[in-house]
Design a protein around this ligand. Structure first.
Ligand code: SAH
Ligand code: SF4
Ligand code: F3S
Length: 487
């Protein structure tokens, strides 16, 4: 049974298998995964069907939206055909992400034809990017709401109930939804995500996020700590602090007397309980400080895993990408991680292949950076031009698709070589594992993760979901560790 938060503890929410079960999850990755809010059955009069695309930030927002609409008399349903309101929380990061949503809208249209009373809303980054144009392009859409306007949903739905179309895509400099208790609909009851900031001020030239999510703002540190404490009180064992660039977290009290940076926030959350694991994502290489690394080193319960997207291994390309660091800087940050946290700290990256004007030699530099870092994991993409971004306005998307795809495959292959080696070096050692549930492979096996975020699978013995256990790893599949319980 998953554990919804206090205000909603009468909800009958079924436990869902989480992607964490047998696959390594990644807090910030637009994974192509689609999440459907599981059904709630509390006798509320209207039924909301909600699908979420994109990154964890979007999934986290969907929990906030569910909370707002629950208070407005909506139960969630998994039955699209029977829904009164259908919401898609969308992603714009690459063209393919948007195409997926367009296709889905076509399918929803056929449901709407059979059930004309069904209202259809588009939320999230695509709503923000296209604004009221969405209503012209997709006639079935009644409601378009950007990521900073979810508080306005009740009023917007009233407007749609009254027969009008409704749009609110205002971005805010303040909104953090700090006071809204998310409904942990997709939770396994053990691990949860906490948004600590919103927006992004970085303006990487390829990226649509600053346009869809607006200016960077940090959430009140006390509300973050309270949310984590409430989760601990309900039996949660792991929180992941989320933001596009967590290392630039910066919050000050209204009187300015209290100031909290990311390292200090991390420490506050880690101090809540030694039984609570703390993860975070994403770290921007330009901002990750030694103070953060030393804080990680001081607290066993801060997991030794850093997602540090490089995007490219070539300094000229990095400059074109407006990443504001070069290769030597990135390498130095990796060396700092190794120096302060040791070789066991896992590092992952995002890489973009075939960015504007990238040459074959520059692509080779990405491969040599992968060799230098020996990443544990990589999330790799080929470049997809996004309208309105700096790159779309100033640079030519001139690497042919076939070449982008070939380079991407080389990046993936090189990356997997190192990932396998990183898994292999864990064999023969005992790992402290937080058990997240049954393995998808077998009823007799349990699955959890070690501090490095590697999946560990073992015969269940007496282990229960939510336990910390010691597992002697005896083998690896290259994508998971296999082992047995030891004392
Ligand atoms: N804030 C994070 C990135 C969030 S977007 C950071 O700065 O690292 C997640 C990933 O999507 C990016 O790291 C990048 O690798 C990829 N991405 C973003 N825009 C893209 C584009 N236009 N084409 C291809 N990949 C893109
Ligand atoms: Fe996009 Fe760059 Fe911001 Fe990441 S840091 S969200 S890649 S603009
Ligand atoms: Fe996330 Fe996609 Fe928006 S990656 S921030 S949902 S563009």
């Amino acid at each position: 049974m998953s554990q919804p938060l206090i205000t909603l503890d009468f909800l009958d929410i079924p436990t869902l298998p989480t992607p964490a079960a047998d696959a390594t999850t990644h807090a910030h990755e637009p994974s192509g995964e689609v999440r459907v809010n599981p059904a709630t059955r509390t006798g509320r009069s209207r039924k909301l069907y909600m699908e979420s695309y994109g990154c964890q930030m979007n999934f986290s927002d969907s929990e906030i939206v569910s909370s707002i609409l629950f208070n407005e008399g909506f139960d969630t349903t998994e039955d699209l055909a029977g829904a009164d309101l259908v919401l898609l929380n969308t992603c714009s990061i690459r063209e393919k992400a948007e195409q997926t949503v367009r296709m889905r809208l076509k399918q929803i249209n056929s449901h709407k034809k059979r059930n004309p009373a069904m209202l259809v809303g588009v939320l999230g980054c695509m709503a923000e990017r296209l604004k009221s144009k969405f209503l012209e392009e997709e006639k079935l859409v009644d409601l378009v709401v950007g990521p900073d306007a979810y508080r306005d949903l009740p009023q917007l739905i009233q407007q749609v109930d009254g027969g009008q179309k409704a749009v609110n895509v205002l971005l805010s400099r303040e909104e953090t939804y700090a006071d809204i208790t998310p409904v942990r609909l997709n939770s396994n009851g053990i691990t949860a995500f906490i948004s600590i900031m919103r927006g992004c001020d970085n303006m990487c030239s390829f990226c649509v996020v600053p346009f869809t999510r607006g200016r960077e703002r940090s959430r009140d540190a006390h509300s973050i700590v309270h949310e984590a404490e409430a989760l601990v009180a309900q039996g949660y064992k792991e929180v992941t602090l989320l933001g596009q660039n967590v290392d630039s977290y910066k919050w000050a009290s209204a009187d300015g007397l209290e100031q909290v940076n990311f390292a200090q926030l991390l420490e506050r959350v880690a101090n809540i309980s030694p039984e609570l694991r703390v993860r975070f994502s994403t770290s921007h290489p330009k901002d990750i400080t030694d103070e953060v690394l030393f804080t990680m080193a001081r607290h066993e319960n801060i997991c030794k895993y850093i997602h540090l997207p490089a995007q490219s291994g070539n300094s000229r390309v990095l400059a074109l990408m407006n990443r504001t660091y070069d290769r030597p800087w990135y390498e130095e940050r990796v060396q700092a991680i190794r120096r302060i946290l040791g070789d066991d700290c896992a590092i992952s990256t995002d890489m973009i292949s075939g960015f504007c004007s990238e040459t074959e030699e520059e692509h080779q530099d990405t491969l040599t950076l992968i060799d230098f870092v020996q990443y544990d994991m990589g999330y790799n993409f080929f470049y997809s031009e996004r309208p309105g971004t700096l790159a779309a306005r100033k640079l030519e998307d001139d690497v042919p698709l076939e070449i982008k795809k070939r380079r991407l495959q080389e990046v993936i292959d090189r990356q997997q070589l190192h990932a396998r080696a990183r898994y292999a070096r864990m064999v023969g050692r005992v790992h402290r594992v937080l058990v997240e549930g049954r393995s998808k492979r077998s009823e007799e096996q349990m699955s959890g993760r070690n501090s490095q975020n590697q999946v560990v699978i073992f015969p269940k013995g007496t282990a229960r979901k939510g336990d910390y256990v010691n597992v002697l790893v005896t083998n690896t599949t290259g994508a998971a560790l296999l082992g047995e319980l030891v004392d």
